[in-house]
Design a protein around this ligand. Structure first.
Ligand SMILES: C[S@@+](CC[C@H](N)C(=O)[O-])C[C@H]1O[C@@H](n2cnc3c(N)ncnc32)[C@H](O)[C@@H]1O
Length: 417
């Protein structure tokens, strides 16, 4: 097993500001990055930095925790290919619009006609979710369920993807679920907000948001098409996939990995997307199945041992927290290793992580991963320390210091053999 620093390379983090070092990206929500909301997204500057630094045109990059597909979009913009894996089915609906590659003729008028079709729908779509009415007043539910029936009848094309993205957003805004934070719960604030809204012409507001969002997304997609004209790289998306058991059919060697694993104690991605997923026709059973695979809800099957992790384990008194820690490192490492084994020799793995606190003890995730992987077929390259400004996590709207963390780290490892 590794001793703390084991000589060789200096493990001291190098300070960096990804926002400053990638000045060509001024706005984290540029182009189609923010069409879909997703918690704990990468800032695109981190991904752009990894791509520019460690890959070249037409390379293949894998992200085993792809979330909303930030790596996919940045890869496509810079003429790289990407393989995106995530447990969350939402990725399947995000990618066609976020990385639109179609050649279909389209116009704002065409979009407006499709929105009208949706508004005139008479059938209802009722999500296969016992509790769905808990989240909506009856009148709002009735309108949404007609609109969703309309969306589900549309052809699979750019118009549908845009209207769907817009309706996902509205279905949260007009629900009793708090929409200012990612976590799914009914808040007093939201209850009051919705009951006041219902005293107004809420239906007209809902309709106008449907148009406004859709037009805004339409403009973003047009802009994306403009800047990616002539790009023909592939973005392969495997949603609903557990990245620890994923197998790539082609046997191709990949050039790099860029990813940000789930946070140690903020693991609620599927729950966060639950309402969206029900409206998108997923069943309770399907959602339960993927929730069970979410890190770190699963039982650890092996205990990962590294110098730093063992020290932390010794200090934690609460058994439940030790179980979470064990599960987290077992499954996070399993997913990373599974994808990292697909890298070619000298391929780089760029892993963006925080140092959360468990029981008041700082868990140096990047160091633990370094200790684990340098015992395998990987070498330590460098670790960057990026001081946190703001990042939207689960707890609050803009959390200046998530999990008590002051920095996030980009660990870079190299495949040796
Ligand atoms: C920090 S988020 C990634 C966000 C992403 N970088 C982005 O920019 O949108 C971590 C992701 O890991 C996913 N995840 C959790 N357990 C997983 C597993 N076993 N296999 C694949 N993905 C998993 C979650 O669904 C979540 O989307």
């Amino acid at each position: 097993m590794n001793t703390p620093d084991k000589g060789k390379k200096d493990l001291t983090p190098v300070e960096i500001s990804f926002r400053d070092i990638v000045p060509e990206i001024r706005d984290t929500t540029y182009l189609t990055h923010s069409i879909y909301y997703y918690p704990a997204k990468f800032i695109p500057q981190v991904v752009r930095f990894c791509i520019k630094e460690f890959t070249k045109e037409n390379d293949w990059i894998i992200d085993p925790f792809a979330g909303s597909g930030t790596v996919g979009l940045e890869a496509f913009l810079t003429k790289r290919n990407a393989i995106l894996l995530d447990l969350n089915y939402l990725l399947r609906h995000i990618i066609p619009i976020k990385i639109y590659q179609g050649t279909q003729e389209h116009s704002k008028n065409g979009l407006a006609k499709k929105i009208q079709e949706v508004q005139e729908e008479e059938d209802n779509f009722v999500p296969k979710y016992i509790n769905v009415r808990y989240w909506y007043p009856d009148e709002i539910f009735e309108v949404l369920s007609r609109y969703w029936a309309g969306v589900h009848k549309l052809d699979e094309d750019i118009y549908k993807w845009i209207i769907q993205a817009s309706l996902v957003k509205i279905s949260k805004q007009f629900s009793l679920a708090e929409h200012r934070t990612p976590k799914l719960f009914r808040s007093k604030f939201k209850k009051r907000y919705i009951s006041e809204l219902m005293q107004t012409d809420w239906k007209r507001q809902l309709d106008s948001k449907l148009f406004q969002n859709s037009y805004k997304f339409y403009d973003s997609v047009r802009h994306l098409q403009h800047v990616t004209k002539g790009h023909d790289n592939e973005v392969r998306c495997y949603a609903g996939t557990d990245s620890s058991t994923f197998k790539l059919e082609s046997g191709r060697e990949l050039d790099a990995l860029t990813t940000s694993p789930p946070y140690l104690q903020a693991q609620e991605y599927i729950r966060t997307s639950k309402l969206d997923l029900f409206w998108l026709e997923y069943t309770e059973k399907q959602i339960r199945e993927i929730s069970k695979l979410e890190i770190p809800y699963r039982k650890a099957e092996r205990i990962i041992e590294t110098y730093t992790l063992n020290k932390i384990r010794e200090k934690i008194e609460n058994d439940k927290l030790v179980r979470i820690l064990n599960s987290y490192f077992d499954h996070t490492i399993a997913s990373l290793e599974n994808s990292m084994n697909l890298l070619k020799k000298d391929g780089k793995a760029c892993i963006f992580v925080g140092n959360p606190k468990v029981d008041g003890i700082e868990v140096e995730t990047w160091r633990i991963l370094t200790e684990y992987f340098t015992e395998k077929r990987f070498g330590f390259e460098i670790v960057f320390d990026d001081k946190i400004k703001t990042r939207q996590l689960f707890g609050a709207r803009k959390n200046k210091n998530p999990d008590g963390m002051k920095s996030e780290y980009l660990l870079v490892l190299t495949k040796n053999t």
